[in-house]
Design a protein around this ligand. Structure first.
Ligand SMILES: *Cc1c(COP(=O)(O)O)cnc(C)c1O
Length: 485
């Protein structure tokens, strides 16, 4: 399988090259040149790691299949994912919840970021790359910790994480600033997630920096969902969900499912699009936003307008105005790199672009959309718990709410649940109508007492861990930090 760039379809690279490089030279994103086919019936009875090996082998054709299989077994082991990799709960008839937060950092990003370090190290071997890899990560909260956990202590790799100052929950922040390991660094950035992401993107396209690093046999790479190595592992759980529901008799052979995805950078939902193009019976992919509803507007009107107020919400991992992975969808729908490059240039220069009617229609044929406010998400958490005793986090609640509104009679809907509720104990407790203590660990204890659920040990232990990183920077400093990392 070869990969090309969303902004230059003459480019051809291998999967290993796409993963090692992260982003194409002219700023485009790597995309596979075709969609391999996979019949979900072939996956019946397979475990999660076995399913992962099958799906990944379709895309990572330059990697050895035995390597992929053993990497998947190690990463998605019962020890690492609590025996619940790809687990689907059904709290109400017809409403399924794909719980993606049973991994080590309690967010869905573990699916990609536990595996990607192995893909990167192996990819360097495959491409004969002996350089030191410097990974720069902009995070709205969950990516940072998941990437730190995945890359800490790896030979030949250094990683720096940049999170928006005051943009994450306290638990998310503590998860990052207490990270152990000699090859990690964590910085707060003045501004919001887009400021951090723009700073990182600027470092990646800085020719002087690239040359200076090359002289020391060092290279930049990204762990953000713009890296193909982030996306590919996320395709797996769409297939696994379908196979699981088919085995339970919840979905008839060939019946198409709806997936509703709490969306920020458009990576998770795009993985569902890949699954669909590979042949998985998917009826609609519903893109759920919080009140940063730039994607709801785009999917409704074809106008992408990032020039709008940025809202801090109770679902901070979705507080994003520039959803990078949308670029991949535009490429797949139009097949026209020059047009995509033009839109991205308009976005960079004017903060907006408008797609033509045909492109919008092609997108709307697959993608639904909707948004939910913080109040609506909180009401959903409270109502659902009162009715079913099912506890969800604010990101999942946004999707649940949008799914309720967008649901069509008779169609089974799978809500992707992207974080453990204990990552946001204050918001969740408030949503249940309880008093919220200022201290997030006190909130965790109250949440346990009120709901009879248990905080994951990896979160509860944060209170005792030493804070290692305290520096706050401005986004333009990221280039300099990359140089000296
Ligand atoms: C990252 C994240 C999202 C958004 O996922 P994208 O792939 O960026 O669209 C949603 N919920 C949680 C909890 C996340 O960490």
């Amino acid at each position: 399988m070869e990969y090309t760039s969303t902004r230059n379809s003459a480019l051809r690279v291998s999967a290993a090259q796409a993963i090692v490089t992260g982003i194409a030279p002219e700023g485009g994103l790597f995309v596979p040149v075709e969609f391999p086919k996979l019949d979900v019936r072939e996956l019946a009875g397979l475990t999660y790691p076995q399913t992962a090996a099958k799906v990944l082998a379709k895309f990572l054709t330059d990697y050895d299949e035995a390597f992929l299989a053993s990497a998947a077994e190690a990463v998605y082991s019962d020890a690492n994912f609590g025996g619940k990799a790809g687990f689907v709960a059904t709290p109400e008839a017809g409403r399924h919840v794909l719980e993606l937060w049973h991994g080590p950092t309690c967010a869905f990003k573990d699916y990609a970021l536990q595996l990607m370090p192995k893909l990167l190290v192996e990819g360097k071997k495959l491409t004969g790359d002996t350089s030191v890899t410097k990974i720069l990560v902009a995070t709205s909260g969950d990516t940072g910790k998941a990437a730190l956990a995945g890359y800490a202590g790896l030979e030949g790799i250094r990683i720096a994480v940049f999170y928006p100052n005051d943009g994450t929950s306290e638990v998310q922040r503590l998860q990052m600033v207490t990270q152990e390991g000699g090859n990690v660094a964590v910085y707060a950035v003045n501004g919001n997630f887009d400021d951090a992401q723009t700073g990182v993107k600027r470092a990646f396209t800085d020719a002087a920096l690239r040359d200076a690093l090359a002289a020391q046999n060092e290279k930049l790479s990204s762990a953000n969902s713009i890296n193909w190595g982030r996306l590919a592992p996320q395709i797996v759980y769409y297939f696994y969900t379908y196979a699981q529901l088919a085995a339970r008799g919840e979905v008839r052979d060939g019946e198409a499912l709806d997936f509703c995805v709490p969306t920020g950078n458009f990576g998770d939902i795009l993985a569902g699009y890949y699954a669909m193009r590979m042949g998985l019976p998917v009826r609609r992919l519903v893109c759920a936003s919080n009140c940063n509803d730039v994607l709801t507007e785009f999917l409704s009107t074809g106008v992408y307008n990032a020039r709008r107020p940025f809202h801090k919400t109770t679902s901070p991992s979705m507080d994003i105005l520039v959803s990078s992975n949308l670029e991949r969808l535009l490429y797949h729908v139009t097949g026209d790199a020059a047009r995509v490059a033009g839109w991205m240039r308009e976005l960079a220069e004017n903060g907006s672009y408008t797609v033509d009617a045909d492109t919008l229609a092609a997108i709307q044929a697959v993608f639904g959309c909707g948004s939910a406010t913080d109040d609506e998400a909180a009401a959903t958490i409270g109502d659902t718990f009162a009715r079913t005793k099912y506890l969800m986090d604010p990101h999942t609640a946004v999707a649940w709410r949008v799914c309720e509104r967008a649901a069509q009679p008779g169609a089974a809907c799978v809500v992707l649940s992207t974080a453990n509720p204990y990552k946001f104990p204050g918001s969740v407790l408030g949503a249940l109508g309880a008093d919220v203590p200022a201290d997030e660990f006190a909130a965790m204890a109250s949440l346990e007492a009120l709901t009879g659920t248990k905080a994951p040990a990896s979160l509860a232990c944060l209170r005792e861990k030493a804070v290692r990183f305290t520096q706050t920077i401005d986004a333009p400093q990221i280039t300099e930090i990359a140089r000296s990392l």
